[in-house]
Design a binder for this molecule. Structure first.
Ligand code: FAQ
Length: 312
């Protein structure tokens, strides 16, 4: 092991952050580019299921809250693309990988949001799962990623509360509203558990990412924490989680839960989920429709820099 690698390892061991200009192993760089860009893509594609409901929100107040939430997700995507750029990958390359279907994004965003109650379930469960995963990332070893996560987590907490508030309102409403809330929870619960990734035994990257302190907890540990957190919350709603095997285990001091449908997860990751094609088509259309904005901004920047040069 050469001196540079020894120094890198000693920084990781001492809980010091690795910064953009520091030497790092090529595999560490590649792992971060993969994870951060997938994370950024998830935020951007994640705007679509909720964005679809902005025009149909049931009141002006709900509409403004949802609009702010969806904008926040766009902002998260942009911080994360910036964090990934510090590792030497270009924004164009990352976007191209997303638009051509080469890059992954979170499986969860390939499910449809079919009723207003889904806005509640997404906020409560999807943002809740995202926070569970992202709180540990505030302590990730790469400085720019860790710092981006601090702000993102603060915003995600508001997102989770707004989702829970939607479900709480529906749960106190008419019988039809309660049913709508329960139906949304039934549809989003299992896909939310899949967000944490494959089981530890199946996870390709966990061991190395834990050793480098990119990940600070394993997929199964985070999934268990999420289950344990969700059970008392669903009880307050007076609703239930769709898992007959969910049961407190006094020895483990955790809830046991049923088997995740990993075939469904793998199928979605391969691009065959209910909305994969639709999501990519929407992102490609937005990219094409926005071409004139990018061209105008580039032309303006060029004009400004040539004007500055001629003055000089
Ligand atoms: N979906 O070895 P592992 C949000 C892939 S943000 C699709 O365990 P790793 C906010 C994985 O990439 C949600 N693919 O991988 C919001 C790998 O494939 P590869 C996103 C998945 O990286 C809310 C392969 O399986 N959050 O929701 C998934 O160590 C509401 C093997 O897996 C982040 O991205 C999946 N669920 O652990 C926005 C957080 N799981 O790359 C809008 C940062 C795994 O070898 C509305 N990411 N894969 O081809 C992470 O913490 C990690 O990357 C994990 C996966 C935990 C997701």
């Amino acid at each position: 092991m050469d001196l540079l690698e020894q120094y890198f390892n000693s920084k990781i061991a001492a809980e010091e952050k690795i910064e953009a200009k520091d030497w790092m192993p090529e595999e560490y760089r590649k792992t971060l580019i993969r994870q951060i860009s997938q994370h950024a893509h998830s935020e951007i594609v994640g705007m679509l299921p909720e964005g679809n409901w902005i025009t149909r929100a049931p009141s002006l107040k709900r509409k403004s809250i949802l609009l702010a939430k969806v904008q926040d997700e766009g902002g998260h995507g942009l911080y994360l693309y910036c964090a990934a750029e510090t590792l030497g990958v270009s924004r164009e390359q990352m976007i191209d990988d997303l638009l051509t279907g080469k890059a992954k994004y979170s499986s969860i965003f390939n499910y449809p949001a079919v009723t207003w109650a889904d806005m509640g379930a997404i906020g409560w469960l999807v943002d809740g799962a995202a926070i569970m995963n992202q709180v540990m990332l505030c302590r990730t070893s790469y400085g720019p990623y860790a710092r981006a996560m601090v702000r993102i987590c603060k915003e995600e907490s508001f997102h989770q509360r707004q989702g829970y508030d939607i479900l709480l309102t529906l749960s106190k409403g008419t019988e039809i509203q309660r049913k709508m809330a329960q139906d949304a929870i039934n549809r989003w619960w299992w896909p939310s558990l899949m967000m944490f990734g494959p089981s530890d035994a199946e996870s390709t990257h966990s061991n190395q990412s834990m050793a480098w302190k990119i990940k600070r907890a394993t997929n199964d540990e985070l999934r268990q924490r999420f289950v344990d957190m969700s059970v008392p919350q669903v009880e307050i709603l007076g609703l239930s989680l769709p898992d007959p095997k969910l049961k407190w285990n006094p020895e483990r001091k955790h809830y046991d839960y049923g088997e995740i449908n990993w075939d469904e997860f793998k199928n979605i990751i391969k691009g065959n989920g209910p909305c994969n094609k639709n999501r990519l088509a929407a992102r490609n259309k937005a990219h094409d429709d926005g071409a004139w904005v990018r061209e105008a901004a580039t032309a303006y920047a060029y004009k400004k820099s040539s004007a500055a040069k001629s003055v000089a």
